[in-house]
Design a protein around this ligand. Sequence first.
Ligand SMILES: Nc1ncnc2c1ncn2[C@@H]1O[C@H](COP(=O)(O)OP(=O)(O)OP(=O)(O)O)[C@@H](O)[C@H]1O
Ligand code: SF4
Ligand SMILES: [Mg+2]
Length: 331
Amino acid sequence: MKNEVVLKTDNLQVFLPNNQGILRAVNGVDLEIKKGKILGLVGESGCGKSVMSLSLLGLLKNKEWKIEGEIELRGKNLLSLSKEEMRKVRGKEMAMIMQNPMSVFDPLTTIGGHFVDTIQNHIKITTKEAKKIALENLKKVSLPNPEKIMKQYPFQLSGGMLQRVMIAIAIALNPAVLIADEPTTAVDVTVQHQILGQLKKLVKEHNTGVLLVSHDLGVIAQMADEVAVMYCGYIVEKAPVEELFRHPAHPYTKGLLSSRFQLTKRRLKPIEGQPPSLINLSNQCPFLERCNEAEEICTKYRMDEIGGIKNHLVRCAKYVTGNEVMLHELA
Ligand SMILES: Nc1ncnc2c1ncn2[C@@H]1O[C@H](COP(=O)(O)OP(=O)(O)OP(=O)(O)O)[C@@H](O)[C@H]1O
Ligand code: SF4
Ligand SMILES: [Mg+2]
């Protein structure tokens, strides 16, 4: 079915009470990951991309995190599942490529051991059969000499190789959804190109739905079908990739795009100022202090008011009903 939604979040909120207040890392996120499509998620460091990604798979390490709202995988409410049920979902139905490959692997287990454990956790097959699947998947990510890699320990591989191993493990069980959090941070440009190529191939061959997290707009432009822009845990803009790059509407998105544009001219011009603290964040526009389009109406605007049109949503005072600004007028 075209545009079939495999994973959906509804008003997802992830927050962490601490001695200073409540750290609001993810604030009312509504996203849809569709079969055979890549949803790109961009935003500056610390805006909540990893916390949100980890929350989708129930992988937040600190048990103090609270999750509210809904996460629905093919009609199943993941937040109502037990730990054991969630463990079954991970790997088989939903897999993740983590931002930091080194932190994922047990240093005392060989790559082959990691593979076999993951596969046997989900399907009842012999170790020999699991090894065969592992080798096939290592070949898919173009790693040289997979037989040797199976016997090696994580510290014997480079960051780029580990990242490819992580992709191979993630795709081994052919999950319906793949969350890829900065899958190319630890690698050079050539390997980045290969990894992104493999991801695209996977989507095409297996109809996997992918959430691709990156702070690199170039990667997002090249890979994504749809883009969500995150700022202070809010999705401030969401649109099909061409629409977003041609007609960015939210001042933050415009700032991100212009900093990238400057970078291509070898002059990095980041958005001025810093995002506010996420602790006890209010529901006023968190971009207010940095925004060069701010007006009087912005002080009254609340982040639960969403403007724009069906395929192009914007959380900004200028686009909500009543302010009567057409979407492309400001672009
Ligand atoms: N384990 C943790 N304990 C406390 N706070 C955390 C923890 N992990 C993340 N945070 C905080 O949650 C917020 C969101 O962090 P997150 O790692 O999701 O950002 P990010 O968008 O993935 O950034 P980056 O681009 O640097 O990876 C930040 O304020 C961060 O300091
Ligand atoms: S609501 Fe106002 S301050 Fe916030 S992004 Fe829009 S124009 Fe800028
Ligand atoms: Mg991150």
